[in-house]
Design a protein around this ligand. Structure first.
Ligand SMILES: [Zn+2]
Length: 270
């Protein structure tokens, strides 16, 4: 509710014919319409200056609710030189091995996106003119994001299949870029002999076009998971397609990293 009214209140404040009293009266009415528990929570948040609880500082990650969204209007909530924070975003910031999106905010190309605890800080080009309260539009490079999503889930499938064929094997790294994904395992023996079976099973999963369900396992801690019925469930905060049918065939390549490290490189057939 607070996020929704924020924009309206800002517009009205900028209109000089609106008195501050009438706006605070609206705020009081909105406050009084809440139940007692919400009122106490909100009052405490204000008194303690806890903007995160007030829902003003925490960036809502729309790339989780709707990973197919390519534009979104958002309110600037913090500006610190070239760094900004917003009330909501579709621009994924590097985590769990998945690279950041490419795109722009308010017409400015995003230089860098970084996780800051549960929040995300975006670096804009030097000299941007955005200020707190401004509303601007996100735009992401969809071709890049969609490939990242598909390769991400291709890597998830491969990982689960390696776990299945080599129980107890340890994953020691992962990276997903626009062109390929890779997973590193601790292993003294080559994993090459598994590739044919993994590729075949991946094709089968794709052909069955199974729904990929994602949700929170813990809302407060912002922990997410994905689940494919009859296949696997895994903790992951990345962006995933809606169904396994979107992945298509995958190709695997072995890279021996030496010293007990095996790398599997994954590319999409198309
Ligand atoms: Zn994932």
């Amino acid at each position: 509710m607070l996020n929704a009214s924020y924009r309206t209140i800002k517009r009205r404040l900028q209109d000089e014919s609106t008195s501050i009293e009438s706006i605070s009266n609206d705020a009081i009415t909105a406050f009084q319409s809440q139940d007692r528990t919400s009122q106490v929570e909100l009052a405490l948040s204000i008194l303690l200056g806890d903007f995160r609880k007030m829902g003003l500082a925490m960036t809502r990650k729309i790339f989780w609710d709707d990973p197919y969204r390519t534009t979104l209007d958002a309110v600037v909530t913090r500006v610190n030189g070239d760094l900004i924070q917003v009330d909501s975003t579709i621009f994924f910031a590097f985590s769990g091995g998945q690279e950041s999106d490419a795109g722009s905010f308010g017409g400015y190309p995003v230089v860098k996106a970084e996780k800051r605890g549960l929040d995300i800080a975006y670096t804009l080009p030097h000299g941007h003119t955005l200020r707190v309260g401004d509303v601007a539009t996100w735009q992401i490079d969809w071709a890049r994001r969609y490939r990242l999503m598909r390769l991400h889930f291709a890597a998830e499938m491969v990982l689960q299949l390696v776990y299945r064929l080599r129980p107890g094997i340890e994953r020691i790294g992962a990276h997903i870029s626009q062109d390929k994904a890779r997973i590193d395992f601790a292993s003294d023996v080559s994993l090459l002999s598994l590739f044919a079976e993994i590729e075949l099973t991946a094709v089968d999963l794709t052909k069955r076009d199974l729904p990929i369900v994602t949700d929170f396992s813990d809302v407060r801690a912002q922990r997410r998971f994905w689940k494919v019925d009859g296949f696997a469930t895994m903790a992951c905060g990345g962006t995933h397609p809606r169904s396994t049918g979107e992945i298509g065939a995958v190709k695997l390549k072995r890279k021996n990293r030496g010293k007990g490290k095996e790398r599997i490189e994954i590319t999409l057939a198309e």
